[in-house]
Design a protein around this ligand. Structure first.
Ligand SMILES: *[C@@H]1O[C@H](CO)[C@@H](O)[C@H](O)[C@H]1NC(C)=O
Ligand SMILES: *[C@@H]1O[C@H](CO)[C@@H](O)[C@H](O)[C@H]1NC(C)=O
Length: 342
């Protein structure tokens, strides 16, 4: 009897005492802007999940896209390291949704989940986030999908800062994609360091460029008199000594426009997906994906000059030239921090 009374006392004591201790923390109430900013970023990324991006891509060249009006300001501008800057609504939308992988051709891949694994918002106008995209690497309807020992998923990480306007729409972003070159290797199941893979990728880009960029968007006018032999010798390849490589390349299947493109691009640096903002073939691979969405705007970037996008752009300007891009060098810092004396 006595014992249970003591126990009871203890329970009473504990229950009055516990809420004050840190033993059972209650989660702090989020502010409305924290919830709003989280939802905005979450919703933006949900549109990258296949097939949700298809409806957005179909409207890419429209003046307004109703689904995205609550999410992006009409004047949105941002940077994605190391892909490039996207200084208006149309280009931003094309980046966010036009580059989301689409299951097509021999390569099946698509984003199947996008989770905000890191998020913080310190004031209504700024948030930081990290998203993990879960990417399916094979067609789930194909036999063997998910069989033991086959890797059917990979992940891609994007991290950085967002700025919101008074209505809570994103008006600036500065984001970074980690290890994109390795991701591209996994996605394509090909080693982009191999010379053969590089030349085959260049050939594919040329076939794609001539197919997508037609009429006044044509980038590579057929160079009369150009021969496969001349292209190979410009690459330092010998028809007899390098016969296996030459055969695998199969340049004989290219038409004259495609061959002209190949002659111009195969002597450029192949580059890496970790630094796309350059006069390289890898930059043109990405911009060809964008040209598929919007040929008028992106065909010049696939062309021989790089159209101002696939051009060499100095290190400092790529990473630190914030003024023209964000109209404020401290765009992604909440206002109060400027008053801290350090
Ligand atoms: C926007 O694009 C869609 C799909 O291409 C089209 O059906 C629709 O008419 C367009 N809307 C406007 C206002 O241009
Ligand atoms: C965006 O990048 C291009 C190079 O691709 C550069 O010429 C331009 O100045 C940049 N724009 C801004 C606003 O930083």
């Amino acid at each position: 009897m006595r014992l249970s009374l003591v126990t009871l006392d203890l329970v009473v004591l504990l229950s009055t005492w516990l809420p004050l201790s840190s033993a059972l923390p209650t989660s702090p109430q989020l502010t409305t802007y924290q919830e709003r900013n989280f939802k905005t970023i979450h919703q933006i990324y949900q549109f990258t999940i296949y097939p949700r991006q298809e409806a957005i891509i179909a409207q890419a060249t429209n003046d307004s896209i109703p689904e995205l009006e609550p999410l992006f300001s009409p004047t949105v501008s941002g940077r994605i390291q190391e892909i490039g800057n996207f200084t208006n609504f149309r280009h931003s939308i094309e980046y966010f949704f036009g580059l989301a992988p689409r299951p097509q051709g021999s390569m099946y891949s698509a984003i199947v989940e996008a989770e905000l694994t890191q998020f913080s918002s310190d004031c209504p106008s700024v948030a930081a986030s990290t998203v993990n995209f879960k990417v399916a690497l094979a067609d789930p309807s194909k036999p063997g999908f998910g069989a033991p020992g086959t890797r059917t998923y990979t992940y891609l990480k994007q991290t950085g800062f967002w700025h919101f306007d008074e209505q809570g729409r994103v008006d600036y972003y500065d984001l970074y994609i980690s290890a994109l070159n390795e991701f591209a290797t996994i996605l394509n199941g090909a080693d982009f360091g191999s010379k053969l893979v590089q030349l085959l990728a260049t050939k594919q880009i040329c076939q794609g460029a001539q197919k997508l960029c037609k009429g006044q968007n044509t980038q590579y006018q057929p160079q009369v008199g150009l021969s496969v032999g001349a292209v190979l010798s410009a690459l330092g390849l010998n028809l007899l000594l390098d016969l296996p490589l030459v055969n695998q390349l199969g340049l004989g299947t290219l038409n004259l426009g495609e061959l002209t493109c190949f002659a111009k691009l195969s002597v450029k640096k192949f580059g890496t997906f970790d630094k796309l903002w350059a006069d390289t073939v890898t930059c043109r691979i990405v911009h060809l994906m964008l040209a598929e969405v919007d040929p008028d705007d992106h065909c010049p970037h696939v062309g021989p000059s790089g159209g101002g996008k696939c051009v060499e752009y100095p290190y400092y300007d790529r990473l630190y030239n914030d003024g023209p891009l964000f109209r404020d060098n401290l765009r992604f810092r909440c206002p109060g921090y400027s008053n801290i004396s350090t």
